[in-house]
Design a protein around this ligand. Structure first.
Ligand code: G
Ligand code: G
Ligand code: MN
Ligand code: NA
Length: 269
């Protein structure tokens, strides 16, 4: 595509974001996170989707990228936060799912001073306790090394929410962040999960050593571990044998809108 096409596409996406905020097109889809020991659902990750009434679901990675660049991610993030908490409250009413948790992705711009109070009031309105909320951040948040961001993180942690470090192992200095921030959960990036079961033996062996290393360090730091991108029974089995506590991926379920998720959950109990 030439530069004009790219610019046109981008403008269109920005218009869809604006219109989506005005006309309520944003949805919080949820993907189950399961205990690898027995496949029971422990929680859900909220993944934002922009549902265009004619075109269907627009590619989420592109939306997030553009929303981070033009600042609309703060408004989108608030919509996703309130909708995903309402979804968790609805799921909590189903027998066996009353204790499940919700993990929400946050971009650096979303760590505004008002966030902890906003979250506290959403939790109260929906009768959800703070430990059932996991704040998913990537190194992009921590790399800022911004005292204001740090204050918000500490306030969320003091409120009782848990902090997960997403895409672990793919960034610049993941290990030092475990030391310097109040991290409770480490999420092993899906690229590691994929290479655990590759047919290429050398890569497979090295990936297993890396994942075992990440697990050991995480556990020693008092964190629980979630493996992402589990697509096959073989990957599940390998990760379970490594004592990784939790996992998510298409093997268990894709991210789903609430009605489809409720149907899917019937197969888990
Ligand atoms: O959901 P996948 O379906 O394609 O998501 C693409 C990327 O967008 C992932 O890196 C994911 O972490 C990020 N993402 C998904 N939902 C949200 C959200 O609600 N807020 C932010 N900040 N990022 C999100
Ligand atoms: O960056 P983050 O880890 O938040 O992004 C999660 C992304 O991974 C989302 O885009 C989600 O839709 C996607 N995802 C979830 N499970 C799987 C899986 O099993 N395989 C693949 N390829 N992607 C997955
Ligand atoms: Mn995530
Ligand atoms: Na991730």
């Amino acid at each position: 595509a030439d530069m004009l096409d790219i610019a046109r596409k981008r403008l269109e996406t920005e218009q869809f974001i604006d219109q989506g905020l005005r006309e309520d097109w944003f949805e919080a889809h949820l993907q189950p996170i399961v205990a690898l020991s027995d496949g029971r659902v422990a929680g859900f990750e909220a993944l934002m989707r922009l549902h265009h009434p004619q075109r269907g679901i627009l590619p989420p990675g592109e939306i997030v990228g553009i929303a981070e660049e033009n600042g609309s991610i703060t408004r989108i993030g608030d919509v996703i936060l309130s909708k995903s908490i309402a979804n968790l409250a609805a799921i909590s009413a189903i027998a066996g799912f009353g204790e499940t948790y919700l993990a929400v992705n946050f971009s650096p711009l979303q760590f505004e001073p008002a966030l902890p109070a906003r979250l506290a009031s959403l939790l109260m309105e929906n009768d959800v306790t703070p430990p059932r909320i996991v704040i998913e951040i990537t190194e992009a948040v921590l790399m800022l090394d911004n005292p204001a961001v740090r204050e918000v993180l500490d306030a969320l942690s003091a409120l009782g929410c848990r902090i997960a470090l997403d895409d672990f192992g793919t960034g610049y200095s993941s290990l030092s962040y475990l030391n310097r921030f109040p991290v409770d959960i480490v999420k092993i990036d899906q690229s590691f999960t994929r290479s655990l079961s590759t047919s290429e033996k050398a890569l497979r062996d090295k990936s297993r050593m890396l994942v075992e290393g990440i697990r050991t360090i995480s556990h020693q730091m008092g964190c629980t571990v979630v493996a992402e991108g589990i697509e096959t029974d073989e990957q599940w089995e390998i990760l379970r044998a490594m004592d990784i506590e939790f996992g998510q991926g298409y093997l268990f379920s894709r991210p789903l809108p609430l009605p489809a998720l409720v149907d899917r959950l019937a197969e888990f109990v």
